[in-house]
Design a protein around this ligand. Structure first.
Ligand code: F0G
Length: 457
C-alpha cells in the first residue's frame, strides 16, 4: 500500500483562482496601503489569512442546505443541530449564535463585569475583548514550555495548573468568572491541550467552585493530537476523546466556522440551566429566537453534518498531516517556525527569519508583504503590529514574538498549492537580506492591524 496520505475527497465544484504577476501585485499592495487585510480576495492567489469560515463544504452538507427548514420556531434543522451538539458535548442546553464571538459576548457579559477575573491557557483576541469590554480582567496562564517557539513538547497548549491555582487564590474564587480552556490554543500556535490537563482543570474548578468553560472551536483537531500523543488514547475514537473532554467542562463555546466545517455559525452549550436562562434574553434581543439564534435553517443543517464529518479519522489524519507537511518543508529549508506544528496553521518566526529588520520596523509585516508580492499568498502578522503598544514617549513596546500565521483552510487547497507556498518561501530565502521593514502611517485606536496603513522603509 503506498504511504502517501492523500486528500480523502474528490473535487466536485471548483472556484477559479485569478493569477497575477508580481508587477500587478506591487500595485495592488500599494493601493491596499501594504495591509493585506485591505486587499480584495480576488487579488490573492493562496489565501492563508484564516481557517475560520473558509472550509469547503461536502456534497452532503450542500445537500443538507437544500433541506434547511427556515421556520422561525422549532425548525427541523434546529433539532438536528441541537442533537449533534448534545451528542458531542453531553450538554442539554444549547443556544445557537451566528458565530463564536456572539456566544462569547452573551456568556461573558453575564459572567463578567468589574472585579471579575477570567483565567485561560491563552485568551483568543475576541475572547479577551469580550471579557474586557464588560470591565473584567482576562489573565493568560500558559505553561512555560508553551511560550518557547523552538521547544518541542506534545501539549504546548496546556494551562499552567500552578498559575491557575495561584490566581484563583489571589483574586478569590467568588471573583473568578470562569476558567476558559481553548482547544487547540490558537493564539499560542494552534498547540493542543492534553486530557490530563483538562482533568486537572476540572479538579481545580471543583475544589474552588469555579466554572470551567471549553472553547471548543478546534476540538476535533485537539482530539486527534490526544489520540496520537497521549498515553491510553490510541484505541479510542476521536469523537469519543472529544466527548470525554467536553464532559469534563461545565459548558462550551464553539465557533462552528472551524471544526464544524461551515462558513458561518456558532453556539453556546451549558450544563447549568440557570446560566442558560440568564443568557436567553440576550440571545433573543441580539441574535434571534432560541431555535435559530443568528442562523438560518440551512446553516444549522450544515453544522449538524459538519460536526459528524470532522471526526472521520481519514479526514483528521489528512488535515493534521497536511498542515505538518508545510511546517516540515519550511523547517528543512531552515525557516524558523513554532514547533511542533499545530493543527490549523504554521506559525513562522518572522523576527528570527528577518533578523536584520529591527522589531520597531515590524519584521512580521515585512514577511506578510513579501509573501504576497512574491507569490500572491495572504497570511497574517501576529506580532507587534497586532499586539504592540506605545509607552508614554511614543516608543513601541513590541509583542513578545513577531509571528506570521499561515492558516490552512479545511479541504480547500491541494498539495501542489502548498508546494507553491514552499517555493515562494525558497525565493524569499534567497533575497532575504534585501527585505525592508515598515512604518505605520495611519492607525485606529483599537485593533489597528485590520485597518492600519503602512509605508515601506
Ligand atoms: N475562539 C477561538 C479560539 C478562535 O480562534 C476564534 C476565531 C473565536 C473564538 C471567535 O470565533 O470568529 O466565529 O467569532 N478565530 C478566527 C481566526 C477569527 O482567524 O483565528 P468567531
Amino acid at each position: 500500500m503506498p504511504k502517501t496520505i492523500i486528500e480523502p475527497f474528490r473535487i466536485k465544484v471548483v472556484e477559479p483562482i485569478e493569477l497575477s504577476t508580481e508587477e500587478q501585485r506591487q500595485q495592488y499592495l500599494k493601493e491596499a496601503h501594504y495591509n493585506t487585510f485591505l486587499l480584495e480576495s480576488g487579488k490573492v492567489i493562496i489565501d492563508l489569512l484564516t481557517d475560520s469560515g473558509t472550509s469547503a463544504m461536502s456534497a452532503r452538507q450542500w445537500g443538507g442546505i437544500m433541506q434547511g427548514d427556515e421556520s422561525y420556531a422549532g425548525a427541523r434543522s434546529w433539532l438536528k443541530m441541537k442533537a449533534a451538539i448534545t451528542d458531542l458535548t453531553g450538554f442539554e442546553h444549547i443556544l445557537p449564535t451566528h458565530q463564536g464571538r456572539a456566544a462569547e459576548r452573551i456568556l461573558y457579559a453575564y459572567l463578567g463585569g468589574k472585579g471579575k477575573y477570567f483565567l485561560s491557557n491563552t485568551h483568543f483576541d475576541t475572547t479577551r475583548a469580550n471579557i474586557e469590554y464588560t470591565g473584567a480582567t482576562a489573565i493568560d496562564c500558559l505553561t512555560e514550555v508553551g511560550k518557547h517557539p523552538e521547544t518541542e513538547h506534545p501539549f504546548k497548549g496546556n494551562i499552567a495548573i500552578d498559575l491557575l491555582v495561584e490566581n484563583i487564590q489571589k483574586y478569590g474564587p467568588e471573583n473568578i468568572g470562569a476558567v476558559i480552556l481553548t482547544v487547540t490554543n490558537n493564539s499560542g500556535g494552534g498547540q493542543p491541550v492534553s486530557m490530563e490537563n483538562a482533568r486537572e482543570v476540572r479538579q481545580v474548578c471543583d475544589k474552588f467552585g469555579v466554572l470551567f468553560i471549553l472553547d471548543a472551536c478546534r476540538i476535533a483537531e485537539n482530539a486527534y493530537f490526544i489520540g496520537q500523543r497521549e498515553e491510553g488514547y490510541q484505541d479510542i475514537a476521536y469523537k469519543d476523546i472529544a466527548r470525554e473532554m467536553c464532559r469534563l467542562a461545565d459548558g462550551c463555546i464553539m465557533s462552528a466556522k472551524k471544526d464544524a466545517l461551515v462558513n458561518m455559525g456558532g453556539f453556546l452549550a451549558l450544563k447549568d440551566k440557570a446560566i442558560v436562562d440568564a443568557c436567553t434574553s440576550m440571545l433573543i434581543i441580539t441574535e434571534g429566537f432560541v431555535t435559530y439564534g443568528g442562523l438560518s435553517g440551512r446553516d444549522m443543517e450544515a453544522i449538524a453534518i459538519g460536526l459528524e464529518e470532522v471526526f472521520d479519522p481519514d479526514y483528521l489524519n489528512y488535515r493534521i498531516v497536511s498542515t505538518a507537511y508545510l511546517g516540515n518543508k519550511l523547517t528543512q529549508m531552515g525557516i524558523p517556525i513554532v514547533k511542533p506544528v499545530g493543527g490549523h496553521a504554521v506559525y513562522v518566526d518572522a523576527r528570527a527569519f528577518y533578523d536584520h529588520i529591527p522589531v520597531e520596523e515590524f519584521p512580521g509585516q515585512a514577511l506578510v508583504a513579501d509573501l504576497y508580492l512574491k507569490g500572491g499568498i495572504r497570511a497574517v502578522e501576529i506580532g507587534s503590529v497586532m499586539f504592540g503598544k506605545y509607552d508614554g514617549a511614543g516608543k513601541l513596546i513590541p509583542a513578545p514574538m513577531d509571528l506570521v500565521r499561515l492558516a490552512i483552510p479545511r479541504r480547500v487547497y491541494t498539495q501542489s498549492h502548498i508546494d507553491y507556498v514552499v517555493e515562494t518561501f525558497a525565493e524569499l530565502l534567497d533575497g532575504k537580506s534585501s527585505s525592508k521593514g515598515f512604518k505605520i502611517t495611519y492607525e485606529p485606536e483599537f485593533l489597528r492591524h485590520f485597518t492600519a496603513h503602512f509605508t515601506r522603509l
